[in-house]
Write a protein that binds this ligand. Structure first.
Ligand SMILES: [Zn+2]
Length: 430
């Protein structure tokens, strides 16, 4: 369900967010806690020691602005640091704390993840702070964390403990939390297979300053049933990609050809978990649906559809194992198992910025034999016929990247030989 921070009650916002975090492997059953402060100064917070997998809206506790506690349980034992953050930062309205595995890895080696590995992370996470260890639940821990937040940090690694992030609302906090854990996972996977290359601040600026050159608006829009069918398919695939760990809130574009070179595409600046039918943007005769802003990569999608009539859907996304190849530049050799090679053939890596407006490299590189490319420090782009087929191809790519990464400590890849590959080509691709 979409998290509507404007109209949804804090209880429901917290329940939906905790579900995303728990069922996405970002917290244990009892670890981690979430709070929201409302316009009355009341703080809504997860209860202490209650199963995150079956939390109901009635379980959420409220600590009124006068200190009165209401609800059937005890507020989270970490309530003191939530309160300390709100006391010191009136602009912060939601706080998420958890022990997600990759950020805990950074926390236990006393290091901060470098958010310059992918383009949007630095702006979303901001500079990352570091709070020294103190006893969990203590006022001293609250003081340590509040001190770092007071220095204008919105995301803080807690020494030998975990992470805490704040946001202007719960969506903002969730996006920051998820993006930071994604950076941490990407860096750890990348260091397993090679050495990490980061973007310069100028590269990130060049990404952020790509002002979407907006196509003209259509005068009159129609939504026939086949158009609506595609809208539904895109919405379903985006949700599924988020659930399967193939996309995060802050990045990713899905498009699908409609008629001729007309297509539908996901919007810019909408959290991917929350995309609904109404957010999808119709592009007809090179014109956009009025009032909507398509993904920044709309130009690239249009070029690919024009140039490749056999391609009917495109997914551009970040996933934690493919991005390990993207940030190291290591060769992504898919001659691992027959499935991987049949689905992907060879996957080249192209330089950062190859997907910016006006660059022809990707539309020219994509072919029947090259259905996917990795864009350095940015994303993976996968093409195909039906959208589900393209998604399947993306999953195969991510699984292959994961197997290659996991194989690294146990031995060298023994790739399938040329003769065997030729036999696969004959049997499955001709
Ligand atoms: Zn904790």
């Amino acid at each position: 369900m979409k998290i509507d921070t404007k109209l949804m009650h804090p209880r429901d916002q917290i329940i939906h967010t905790i579900n995303r975090i728990y069922y996405h492997g970002l917290t244990t059953t009892t670890g981690g806690n979430i709070s929201v402060i409302d316009g009355n100064g009341d703080i809504w917070v997860t209860p202490s020691g209650i199963d995150k997998g079956s939390l109901r809206r009635e379980d959420i506790m409220v600590v009124r602005s006068d200190g009165t506690v209401e609800g059937p349980h005890k507020p989270s034992s970490e309530f003191p640091f939530h309160k300390a953050i709100y006391d010191n930062r009136p602009d912060i309205k939601a706080v998420i704390h958890a022990h997600p595995p990759a950020l805990v890895s950074f926390s236990i080696v006393h290091t901060i993840p470098d958010t310059n590995v992918i383009p949007q992370a630095k702006n979303i996470c901001g500079p990352i702070g570091y709070a020294p260890y103190e006893l969990p639940g203590s006022q001293l821990l609250g003081n340590n964390i509040a001190k770092v937040f007071k220095e204008a940090y919105n995301a803080v690694i807690m020494e030998n403990h975990g992470v805490v992030v704040g946001g202007t609302d719960l969506k903002d906090a969730f996006q920051r939390f998820e993006t930071l854990e994604f950076c941490a996972r990407t860096i750890i996977n990348a260091k397993t297979i090679g050495s990490v290359k980061s973007l310069s601040d100028e590269d990130i600026e060049s990404f952020e300053s790509q002002i979407p050159v907006l196509q003209p608006e259509q005068d009159h829009v129609e939504y026939p049933s086949d158009e609506r069918e595609i809208r539904q398919q895109i919405t379903n695939i985006v949700r599924r990609a988020c659930q399967q760990g193939m996309m995060i809130s802050s990045y990713g574009t899905v498009s699908c050809r409609w008629r001729n070179n007309d297509f539908l595409i996901t919007p810019t600046n909408v959290l991917r978990w929350d995309i609904t039918l109404d957010d999808i943007v119709q592009i007809r005769d090179g014109k956009r649906e009025p009032g909507k802003v398509p993904s920044r990569s709309v130009w690239l999608h249009q070029e690919i559809y024009r140039k490749h009539p056999e391609i009917n859907s495109i997914i551009l996304t970040q996933s934690p194992y493919l991005m390990a190849f993207g940030v190291t530049g290591e060769k992504f050799d898919v001659r691992t198992i027959p499935e991987s090679w049949i689905f992907l053939q060879d996957v080249p890596i192209v330089p950062f910025g190859s997907h910016f407006k006006g660059k022809k490299i990707i539309p020219e590189l994509i072919s029947k034999d090259i259905p996917a490319v990795i864009i350095e420090n940015d994303s993976v782009l996968v093409t195909g016929d039906k959208l589900l087929q393209t998604f399947d191809r993306l999953e195969v790519a991510e699984f292959s990247a994961k197997s290659l990464t996991m194989a690294k400590p146990i031995g060298q890849l023994q790739a399938i030989g040329d003769k065997e590959v030729e036999a696969l080509r004959q049997k499955f691709l001709n």
